[in-house]
Design a protein around this ligand. Structure first.
Ligand SMILES: C[S@@+](CC[C@H](N)C(=O)[O-])C[C@H]1O[C@@H](n2cnc3c(N)ncnc32)[C@H](O)[C@@H]1O
Length: 222
């Protein structure tokens, strides 16, 4: 699942992961993070998710990170926001990174066009919480330990609202990938207390016969 894979999916419009409505678990559980209004929320691997609109309207600044520039452009186009675009040099690999920044409901939405591993906490600024929907589960198993470590560093161990799926991985290739509770502990247990807020049966459009459960987790600093 390299950059080319995602560039191609966006180019061909194969974005079945994108939801036209705000995620119901976000609405139901975001308050468990107990964030002061005006806090900055990190949305890793954000795509053009309308969940970011909900967060801004709820009074939070949003910092998104997305590899594919057309996804970021589509977000601002679809929300009728004219962004200010700024270029930066990654202090990780010297590559050029872009930040699209716009205002919505009095809040700032900053979307970085970048590989999440090319960013630092200095670049993105203070983060009060992380909202991970279809980010951890978009990544193959060998990348996930590095991803959880990167999220920990970028957010300085901020609490997370995390949504995962669980199904028999041998019956279908990801993404989205299945994450078991054991795997989740392996990625996050050292730095976070992990609480399951809810689980419910779900379906995958790409494999509707599969038995799938969706899990909502609250990860809090240890
Ligand atoms: C499954 S989609 C989920 C998008 C969004 N979270 C949502 O709920 O609609 C995963 C997104 O992560 C982006 N992505 C994949 N690898 C990435 C990386 N290393 N850094 C930043 N973005 C990445 C992809 O381009 C894609 O838009």
């Amino acid at each position: 699942m390299n950059s080319k894979f995602w560039q191609q999916r966006w180019q061909e419009g194969r974005i079945g992961f994108h939801q036209s409505d705000v995620n119901l678990q976000l609405i139901k559980y975001f308050s468990t993070l107990a964030l002061p209004i005006g806090s900055r929320v990190l949305v890793p691997l954000c795509g053009k998710s309308v969940d970011m609109v909900w967060l801004a309207r709820a009074g939070y600044d949003v910092i998104g990170i997305e590899l594919v520039e057309s996804a970021v452009q589509a977000f601002f186009d679809e929300q009728n926001i004219t962004p200010i675009i700024t270029e930066f040099t990654s202090n990780f690999d010297e590559s050029t990174l872009k930040r699209y920044q716009g205002q919505l409901a009095g809040q700032t939405i900053s979307l970085w066009v970048a590989d999440i591993f090319a960013l630092s906490s200095t670049a993105i600024g203070d983060i009060a919480a992380v909202y991970d929907r279809a980010a951890l589960i978009a990544l193959p198993a060998d990348v996930r330990p590095d991803y959880s470590e990167q999220i920990y560093k970028l957010s300085n161990n901020a609490p997370q609202l995390l949504i995962t799926l669980n199904y028999e991985q041998s019956k279908k290739d990801g993404p989205p990938f299945s994450i078991s509770q054991e795997q989740l502990k392996h990625y996050y247990d050292a730095n976070y207390e992990i609480i399951e807020l809810e689980n419910q049966s779900s379906i995958l459009n790409s494999a509707s016969e599969l038995s799938v459960t969706e899990h909502v987790w609250l990860l809090s600093k240890r």
